[in-house]
Design a protein around this ligand. Structure first.
Ligand SMILES: NC(=O)c1ccc[n+]([C@@H]2O[C@H](COP(=O)([O-])OP(=O)(O)OC[C@H]3O[C@@H](n4cnc5c(N)ncnc54)[C@H](OP(=O)(O)O)[C@@H]3O)[C@@H](O)[C@H]2O)c1
Length: 336
């Protein structure tokens, strides 16, 4: 089965949405996963609107190409190595990001992700999907929080945007998926549901993190304009599906999910509109969630109803903090 069998669809909504966005001169936008897909579109879009970019990718030729392409397009971009499969790499990226953004970070878009990977442990012992998609973003956000404060103080707002998925639905969060049980979370046997359960949990974590962050951030930070938002792209023809197949996602269920996604998918530009609106739309508010409205279908990125779940939010915060080794998530706002 080739996930490339479906050609990229034309963009329907992208141009009109982007035409309504303001200039971003003097703003800094940090993005995880700019090498392809929705992260590449957000980077190009924000860069062309005048933002300075921080590209947070794991080191690779794809990361080098992302920087080269944006720079050739006249965008001011800085690359900082950040491998989301390693807490040590994320911890090393934190100070480098703060040093590269002395005027603050206006938008941190936690976009990068992997999907449907085998039941494998990272070097930190966590599930590869949960650590890449959620835990490392949870840690990264805590490390760059001072830069969000700097931007909010200087320019009246700053945003954290998390990229969820239509696959978030199914079951409430369970602690074991966010703990160090990588390689012991259901395996990859017939019929292959377990890998998609692990993906579901990681994508639900993205949304629950958004609500938990909004709820728990210090009042002073909220008053200064820091916002937590989420988006989901809808089925999108990006680099994601090919990587699932390359990693061994060839069982009947894998083939069904990948084929169904690509058959109905919209373009990567239209798929990026959720994170584009959450990151750059001046009307977006704290706690909001953007994406196509119809379950499993492509469509315009619209404001979606909230999906608050206090039990999952509390579990997410407590377990993620413990797994990432974070004692105090926010430094005292009095230090500002
Ligand atoms: N496409 C869809 O239908 C769909 C649907 C729902 C949700 N999403 C979500 O949308 C987001 C973007 O995915 P996409 O569709 O744009 O896929 P994509 O084209 O594969 O992009 C994923 C990005 O994540 C990066 N990444 C993966 N592992 C990483 C790591 N360990 N450290 C740093 N970066 C890493 C990739 O970089 P490398 O070049 O290093 O691999 C790439 O830049 C993901 O969070 C995904 O879950 C996508």
């Amino acid at each position: 089965m080739s996930p490339r069998a479906y050609p990229p669809p034309p963009s329907v909504h992208y141009a009109a949405t982007v035409a309504g966005l303001p200039r971003l001169d003097g703003r800094t936008v940090a993005i995880t996963g700019s090498t392809s897909g929705t992260g590449a579109v957000l980077a190009r879009t924000a860069g062309r609107l005048g933002a300075r970019l921080l590209l947070l990718n794991r080191a690779s030729e794809r990361a080098d190409a992302s920087l080269a392409t944006l720079t050739a397009d006249g965008v001011a971009a800085t690359a900082i190595a950040c491998d989301l499969q390693s807490f040590a790499s994320v911890r090393a990226a934190g100070p480098a990001i703060l040093a590269a953004a002395p005027d603050g970070i206006d938008v941190l878009c936690n976009n990068a992700g992997v999907m449907g990977l085998p039941d494998t442990a990272t070097v930190d012992g966590c599930d590869v999907q949960m650590q890449t998609n959620h835990l490392s973003h949870f840690l990264l956000t805590s490390l760059v929080w001072p830069a969000l404060r700097t931007a909010a103080d200087a320019r009246g707002e700053a945003r954290v945007v998390n990229h969820s998925s239509g696959a978030r639905r199914g079951r409430p969060l369970e602690a074991r998926y966010m703990e160090a049980h990588g390689g012991d979370l259901g395996g990859d046997g017939f019929p292959g549901f377990a890998k998609w359960r692990r993906y579901q949990q990681s994508k639900l974590a993205n949304l629950m993190f958004t609500y938990a962050l909004s709820e728990r951030m210090p009042e002073a930070d909220k008053a200064h304009g820091i916002k937590a938002l989420a988006a989901h792209p809808g089925p999108t023809n990006s680099g994601l599906q090919a990587k699932t197949a390359q990693a061994g996602g060839t069982r009947l269920l894998d083939r069904y999910i990948l084929t169904r996604t690509l058959k109905v998918a919209h373009s990567v530009e239209d798929g990026a509109l959720g994170i584009i609106r959450a990151s750059l739309d001046p009307t977006a508010e704290d706690g909001q969630f953007y994406g196509p409205a119809e379950r499993g279908e492509p469509g315009e990125a619209v404001l979606l109803p909230a999906e608050r779940d206090e039990a999952s939010e509390r579990l997410l915060w407590d377990v993620s903090s413990a797994t990432c080794g974070i004692d105090e998530y926010f430094e005292s706002p009095a230090a500002r």
